[in-house]
Design a protein around this ligand. Sequence first.
Ligand code: ADP
Length: 385
Amino acid sequence: MSAATHVLVLNSGSSSVKYQLIDMADGSRPAAGMVERIGEPPFPDHTTALNAVADELAAAGLGFDSPRLAAIGHRVVHGGTRFTAPTVITDEVLETIRGLVPLAPLHNPANITGIEITRKLRPDLPQVAVFDTAFHSTLPEYAARYAIDWETAERYSIRRYGFHGTSHQYVSRRTAELLRKSPESVNVIVLHLGNGASASAVAGGVCVDTSMGLTPLEGLVMGTRSGDLDPAIPAHLHRVGGLSVDEIDDLLNRRSGMLGLCGDNDMREVTRRVAAGDTRAALAFDVYTHRLRKYVGGYAAVLGRVDAVVFTAGVGENSAEVRAAATAGLEGFGIELDPALNAVRSAEPRIVSTADSRVAVAVVPTDEELEIARQTFAVIPRGGE
Ligand code: ADP
């Protein structure tokens, strides 16, 4: 009998379930897919969606009953201060994740539902939670604390948690490999630029600062989220504009960012409009890339010495325009982009700075599924080996 080396990675979101089956023996991916628009027919809820995933896997001869399945790795968005590493799921662990719902009301409930359903399908199988916040649990206390009343912060668990941690962890390590150095010996600024976007400062493999905070709203300008703003703005909108708390929440999370600035949240469309001479799109692009430069400069100061600035996720991997603008004028920091290398399209990790650039600028495609599978496989009990 062949060994159980398959890990099923499940990302159960509010309206979609993404899955990948990864064979840890050779890195191959025998199955992958996604069920979208949960809440609409034919997938009224997560149970029907997960059953569809189970059917797709079974049709490929790789169903939940497959003897090759070693474990299921679940992406869980918020681990609070309790979970700082991948964790084998028990009843107690699930209860604790449930207790974190107030910190991630949009995300943790869907993650929990996914876990509950797959535990019913395979009660005997190890299931592991891999948290988006975990990689940031190493932030020094002074970087994680907000300067607000101490008791209030304690009572409501208000601190910087950070998100996209699995991506920042994978990409920072992969960047060290690209530089042919050990992760312990390099300082990296990671710019994860997708629909959501975040920056992190990673010193010798350890995350020391990150741009997202209590929630994924803080930091960089995103597709539909504002990122940083004057904290007085919500109160001002309430007092002067009469907006309710929910309206403000919706405004800042879903109607701001690039969408709010120029009407488009897809960077492909924004850069197309910029090239066509659209001044509103150009201003939005400048707001986006100005914020990026501020974070690069800020994290250079946090790290002291920077070995690489690395771009990842949909925008970071694909937009040469964003990479060029985000590093423009940073020669004084030792950052020199090579325009020809930057223009090359590729799915491979690569360096796009000049040979003389003191700081390497890199493009490293993220792979959160592989990272979740690796972390899952590393913590499960494996008998008979
Ligand atoms: P998510 O955050 O949902 O995982 P991705 O990391 O896949 O998203 O990033 C999606 C975003 O990447 C899209 O909204 C789009 O703005 C951007 N994107 C994808 N391809 C390109 C491209 N060729 N050029 C510029 N931006 C791109």
